[in-house]
Design a protein around this ligand. Structure first.
Ligand code: ATP
Length: 232
């Protein structure tokens, strides 16, 4: 259940070479929680996820998983600490089948992907390249879940998908987070949809956390948040 912070980001400054993108970002995600990271284009949402998985240089601050710092660990070592990352482009191999993807990443203690996403059962022998966008996203999520993560980072899961498909994915993720005690941090452009499924959210703009709260609080305050921080 929720309660104990699994992923903690504290005072994070990070960026690309001389360009500082994140300024003192603080956030946490507990076991069993689905938390969304919201904000305009260029806010630093993707950069935050990349810093957590060791792919962006951290200048100062800390990122902890179960209380232990991930700083200075390689992306591979971070993955072994049970942090899985589903990037925006999904990173599937178009010519490998569904079964081949799942065999490549399955680990002892990993989740049964075909049970989580029965939609993929009849597509097992199909190459990823011929799947629908929704099936590809299920496979990308499934591949991450098959590794048995404690923390799952998901970037723009809804990209290019029909709203009904996005709802199916969000509700699946929410269920998985709760039932497996997984800490899920997702970046999302579909604010209103995200706030229906997430328990909490953070609003990032200009590389800083501007506000955060429960999904209900953020939904209620959204008009004010938009005009204060998102320039709309
Ligand atoms: P989007 O929805 O556009 O992906 P985002 O909130 O995820 O927005 P980021 O992708 O984290 O934003 O980008 C934050 C800032 O970092 C932007 O100003 C972007 O131009 C810059 N940036 C991103 N990637 C790089 C890179 N490889 N090198 C230099 N600057 C980068």
């Amino acid at each position: 259940g929720a309660g104990s912070a699994v992923l903690e980001v504290a005072g994070l400054d990070a960026g690309y070479g001389p360009i500082q993108v994140l300024h003192g970002v603080d956030l946490s995600v507990s076991a069993g929680e689905l938390v969304c990271l919201l904000g305009p284009n260029g806010a630093g949402k993707t950069t935050t996820l990349l810093a957590c998985s060791g792919m962006v240089r951290v200048a100062s601050g800390d990122i902890r998983l179960d209380g232990r710092s991930l700083l200075r660990l390689s992306p591979h070592a971070i993955a072994r600490r049970k942090l899985a990352h589903v990037p925006e482009d999904r990173s599937l191999f178009p010519s490998l089948t569904v079964d081949e993807h799942l065999r490549l990443c399955a680990r002892p203690g990993g989740m049964d992907v075909l049970e989580l996403f029965p939609e993929l059962r009849k597509r097992r022998t199909k190459r990823a390249g011929v799947l629908s966008g929704g099936e590809q996203q299920m496979l990308a999520l499934g591949r991450a879940l098959a590794t048995g993560p404690r923390v799952l980072l998901v970037d723009e899961m809804s990209m290019g998908l029909a709203p009904v498909v996005v709802e199916r994915l969000f509700s699946a993720l929410q269920e998985i987070a709760v039932s497996a005690g997984l800490a899920v941090l997702m970046v999302e452009q579909h604010v209103h949809l995200a706030l229906r499924y997430a328990q909490r959210g953070y609003v990032l703009a200009g590389g800083r956390v501007r506000t955060h709260g429960t999904a209900a609080e953020l939904r209620e305050r959204w008009p004010e948040i938009e005009s204060s921080y998102l320039g709309r």
